[in-house]
Design a protein around this ligand. Structure first.
Ligand code: TXA
Ligand code: MG
Length: 353
């Protein structure tokens, strides 16, 4: 299949072509404010199942339905809980996905066999226009091959999806502004439960609707438990190199990473280091990439996946990353980073010698 690439600047043409393609059951990747999505008509069983094939995604991993207005929500969920209405009013359009009991009209192939459906209204004008033009209900997982970092640039989508989908809409730098996927909250339980942390934090949700729980498996995975969102159990976002997170006081972290790096270099290995604007000059050797500034951790979230992909291209053998649990997006960033590192964390400087 030939994949057509169109630039978002030609907005009307983009929306028209993307809409027609989606209505015919095709696959269209488009930018959202979080990451690029791989869209298909969510109410068309065959179209939705094409997504699984293009991504190499396990069929039990449900898709998020993207909508462009509140009326659409009523058509696909059995009942909208009051708290969901409050959150929708406050955060939609935006990086929040809510899970609610589904209506018959939503095929089980979209929900991975579940009786609930995940819904989001993205805060990206082009995405909203494409959703409308495509019939109003667009299933859109992140537009990466399963197991690869989510795409924040059109070229990432091209790397993974060229020849497998009908169209890629290149949104330039406005695609992937937030850089990590939406916060997912299960509204079908009481209290509502966060199944995936994101830009919209537990505190922001609690300000609107009171207590919110957090799936305990999100930051560490106990051996006898599996995460509640099916997709969170897979080893996602994995760079090819073995990655380790080093945590502790920042100057000790830098010292340790320098030591580990020197050891690997002696053995002839290639080492990547994920640093920040504040620390990049502390590293003596290895391939150092700054991921953003600790002063504003949104910059870190925005660059996270692109940096992981860049290290893949550089063919490094080992990656060391600093830890970023402090800021307001700490949970969201660390959830992704821990997965990329398969939960390998080295804590330094706890015992004074
Ligand atoms: O920011 C985002 O949410 C992006 C953009 C494109 O909108 N989309 C995205 O989709 O991240 P995806 O498919 O990569 O992640 C969806 C996650 C998976 O972990 C899946 O298991 C979970 O949502 N999920 C979907 N429906 C669910 C349901 N009914 N119950 C529990 N988890 C669900
Ligand atoms: Mg994904």
């Amino acid at each position: 299949m030939e994949t057509i690439l169109i630039k978002a600047e030609k907005e009307q043409q983009c929306v028209k072509l993307a809409g027609e393609c989606l209505k015919k059951g095709g696959l269209v990747a488009f930018p959202t404010e979080t990451v690029y999505g791989l869209g298909a008509d969510a109410l068309n069983e065959e179209a939705a199942s094409k997504i699984y094939k293009a991504k190499g995604r396990p069929s039990d991993n449900p898709l998020i339905i993207h909508i462009a207005d509140m009326e659409s929500l009523e058509k696909i969920v059995k009942e909208v809980p009051q708290k969901a209405r409050v959150l929708a009013q406050r955060f939609w359009p935006g990086p929040l996905t809510m899970i609610m009991p589904k209506k018959e009209i939503v095929p089980l192939s979209t929900t991975g066999g579940l009786e609930t459906v995940a819904v989001r209204m993205p805060n990206h004008p082009l995405a909203l226009h494409i959703i409308k033009a495509g019939g109003g209900y667009i299933a859109a997982p992140s537009a990466n091959t399963s197991g690869r970092p989510s795409p924040t640039l059109a070229k990432h989508v091209e790397e993974d999806m060229n020849g497998k989908i009908d169209m890629i809409v290149d949104g330039g730098i406005t695609g992937g502004e937030i850089g990590i996927e939406s916060t997912i909250v299960d509204m079908s339980v009481e209290p509502p439960m966060i199944l995936r942390p994101g830009f919209i934090s537990k505190e922001m949700l609690e300000e609107c609707i009171g207590p919110v729980a957090m799936d305990e498996t999100l930051m560490c995975v106990p051996k006898d438990k599996t995460p509640k969102a099916p997709g969170m159990k897979y080893k996602h976002y994995a760079p090819k190199a073995e990655m380790q997170i080093v945590e502790g006081e920042i100057h000790k972290v830098c010292d340790s990473i320098n030591k580990f790096t020197a050891n690997w270099l002696e053995k002839g290995k290639k080492v990547g280091i994920i640093a920040t604007d504040e620390t990049k000059n502390c590293y003596e050797k290895g391939m150092v990439k700054t991921i953003g500034s600790r002063e504003d951790d949104r910059t870190i979230a925005r660059n996270l996946y692109a940096v992981l992909r860049e290290f893949d291209e550089e063919d490094v053998d080992v990656i060391y990353s600093e830890s970023f649990s402090q800021g307001s997006m700490g949970n969201a960033i660390m959830n992704r980073l821990l997965k990329a590192a398969a939960h390998r964390v080295i804590t330094v400087g706890e015992k004074e010698e």
